[in-house]
Design a protein around this ligand. Sequence first.
Ligand code: A3P
Length: 323
Amino acid sequence: VNDISTSELAHKYFYEYYPDEKLPLFTNPCDDDILMNLWNGNRSMCEIFPKFIIIGPQKTGTTALHNMLSQHPDLYPSKKNSLTYEELQFFSNETIYLNGITWYLNQFHTNEQSINFEKSATYFDSILAMKRIKALLPSVHLIIMLTEPGHRAYSRYQHEIARINQTINFDDLLKSNHDENSYYFHLKQRCLQPGHYAEHILKWLKYFPSKQIYIVDGEAFRHDPRIILNDIQLSFLQLKNFINSSNLVRYNKKKGFFCSFSAKHNFQCLGNSKGRRYENMSSYSREYLNNYYLFHNQKLIKLLRYYNYSLPLWLIFSNPIKL
Ligand code: A3P
């Protein structure tokens, strides 16, 4: 050890012995006096950390839930970020995470009474996000939204073709068997893989107890979010200041969805990229997805039952097995 310089030692440590430790893992300075002394923050900042996070997955109604909860006077979403738009993606993104804890805290409001939260739908299927959230925010509450996974896959596909402004047939995408480096392979993955709900939820449950994880039936939410918004306030977040959600949201005929509503701002519906109108998928795609997700959905039924969650209605109806 005497003959080796500090940088050589560091190189040996990170490159030869412990390559997994090259990336930092931030723990919470508020839970540790030594860290608190080293940190450039102070104890008053501890209250700023979010109390709950909507973790996804994408295309299940997470933006609508985020906006509707933001209507509550005590609930403050993270500030809009020019890098990632409405989502921080702090825990799932390699570069953003390296901005550190103080950067993360700066993305939230500092009002004394506010209950801060964020939504980043990229967290749901990210192992990095699971580990990092657990390390920094072990007692945070998490909300997961689940829609019928075939429906979610099709919505993700519609999102992509609107974004790149070209048509790739959905049937062809599902049939395709491109190599792992191709754009189509990745697109198909992004459509199908987050819908392996049981697999991802099981991993979250290794890090967090089920009482910290609330699961929303995304189809029921789209149809009428009011009961769900009330339940989140009362039974999950146990807010002191309960606001009946009939005062926060209303059905908007033109949009065809429930939208945030207040006497001051009237309706605030989501933009054109949320709640798109498109043709139903073909019977080929429907059957492909029914078969594809059969096993995953059966696993989900077992998992939800084991952890005493109620089953989303779409899961009961889409599964031809004995319940
Ligand atoms: P589509 O645009 O395919 O219909 P996310 O915000 O997680 O990306 O989810 C987008 C999906 O949210 C939309 O997919 C839409 O179906 C669904 N959604 C649920 N409630 C909604 C609402 N009140 N307004 C708009 N979209 C809503």
